[in-house]
Design a protein around this ligand. Structure first.
Ligand code: ADP
Length: 395
């Protein structure tokens, strides 16, 4: 009987999942891929690897997360055919200092991860909710956690450091970085495409609802724009990105804003949504003729280019720029706007290739090769999960 692994990627408004067959010696074959949207009207969609629709239905549930996970498991069981599901791998947002590699999710590791909730108060509970739901539904099914922070463990201590008293650094108040599974996938793709490309100093722009940049040298993270929390760095769908800490003090001390109100504003009411007053969704803003939508888009591109220049500085230059995730893969105008702002660093965009979303969107004479690569965090989760199941530790 062939074996399979289910990869779950729980985000703020959806759970993406992908089922893999572990047929060949070290390969993995996609069987099906789907999304559970957790909006007002929860919806489950899935397609087989050949694009055939396997499921597209709405369901009502009091607790959409738990009920949704049960729906995914039912769907996956139907698609298993003769395969045996050997484990479920998860994207876990925060691994703190302790978890630099994927691990089996035992009661002890889950408890240790729960203790990190203070470092990612909104994201960590979302990561752990499906783990707990599955443990309750199928206690004997092994689960593996893969961490968004792990890829950034190679960052130099100086780059991680805040200029705060040492005591706080020792307590873990430092830059961690996120979106690591996506960056790991892109670094892997670059080395598959060519060793020469993988050797280039690269800035990867993961531009989705959450957005960050990563400086990658020789396949390793050397700097990134998200820091202690997933708020830092770029302007995001609803998050503010880097902000003068004096602004936060002003809200707390001068305006008497409650801490939880401030948290909600910074995570859920700022970014593209806050600036435009219309939406945090880039596609909607690009379709709007409202000047506030334009301002939000321009701020997004300005800040992303500014942060890219800072990462280039960490590496002493860069020769490759990769765009990925929803906005990075699909918005030619954001790519254009960012690239124009990086002309002085040697980026020369080929507008026709960019509009056509070609693999390489820079001109042949560009000092920086600009690529668009679709990210695939689920395949990284599946690969790590398999390694953990086989040898008890990660690749
Ligand atoms: P996440 O996984 O972080 O939830 P995604 O990577 O799916 O997010 O990216 C979502 C973002 O991508 C949204 O802002 C969405 O509007 C944007 N997006 C998706 N398709 C397009 C498109 N064709 N043009 C511009 N933006 C797009």
């Amino acid at each position: 009987m062939s074996q399979s692994i289910l990869a779950l990627n729980a985000g703020s408004s959806s759970v993406k999942f992908a089922l893999y067959d572990l047929g060949s010696s070290d390969g993995q074959l996609l069987v099906s891929r789907g999304t559970l949207d957790l909006g007002d009207a929860p919806r489950l969609t899935a397609r087989a690897a050949d694009g055939t629709v396997q499921c597209d239905r709405q369901f009502t549930a009091d607790a959409p997360h738990g009920a949704g996970i049960a729906e995914i498991l039912r769907l996956v069981k139907g698609e298993l055919g003769g395969r045996k599901l050997i484990c479920i791998g998860h994207r876990i947002v925060h691994g703190g200092n302790k978890f630099s590699k994927p691990v089996r999710l035992t009661p002890a590791t889950i408890e240790a991860l729960e203790r990190l909730t203070a470092l990612a108060p909104l994201h960590q509970p979302r990561s752990l909710a499906p783990v707990r739901a599955i443990a309750a539904l199928q206690p004997d099914l092994p689960q593996v956690g893969c961490f968004d922070t792990a890829f950034h463990h190679t960052i130099d201590p100086l780059v991680r450091r805040f200029a705060l008293p040492q005591k706080y650094e020792r307590e873990g108040l430092r830059r961690y970085g996120f979106h690591g599974l996506s960056y790991e996938y892109i670094a892997g793709r670059l080395s598959e495409i060519s060793p020469a490309l993988a050797a280039k100093r690269t800035i990867v722009a993961h531009l989705g609802n959450g957005a960050s940049l990563c400086a990658v040298r020789e396949g390793k993270s050397v700097d990134t724009t998200m820091g202690f929390s997933a708020l830092d760095g770029l302007v995001m769908g609803t998050r503010c990105g880097a902000i003068d800490p004096g602004v936060l003090l002003y809200f707390l001390l001068e305006r008497g804003m409650a801490a939880d109100e401030l948290q909600t504003m910074l995570y859920e009411r700022s970014g593209l949504l806050g600036v435009s007053g219309i939406s945090g969704d880039m596609r909607m803003l690009e379709a709007s003729s409202d000047p506030r939508a334009r301002e939000a888009i321009e701020l997004f591109a300005f800040r992303a280019a500014r942060e890219a220049a800072a990462l280039a500085n960490t590496m002493g230059g860069f020769e490759c720029l990769v765009f990925t995730a929803g906005i990075g893969e699909r918005s030619s105008s954001i790519r254009k706007s960012m690239c124009e702002k990086l002309t002085w660093l040697g980026v020369a965009l080929d507008e026709l290739a960019n509009d056509a979303r070609a693999e390489i969107v820079s001109r042949p004479d560009s000092k920086v090769e600009v690529r668009v690569i679709a990210t695939d965090e689920e395949s990284v989760i599946a690969r790590h999960s398999r390694a953990v199941m086989q040898v008890g530790s990660a690749t």
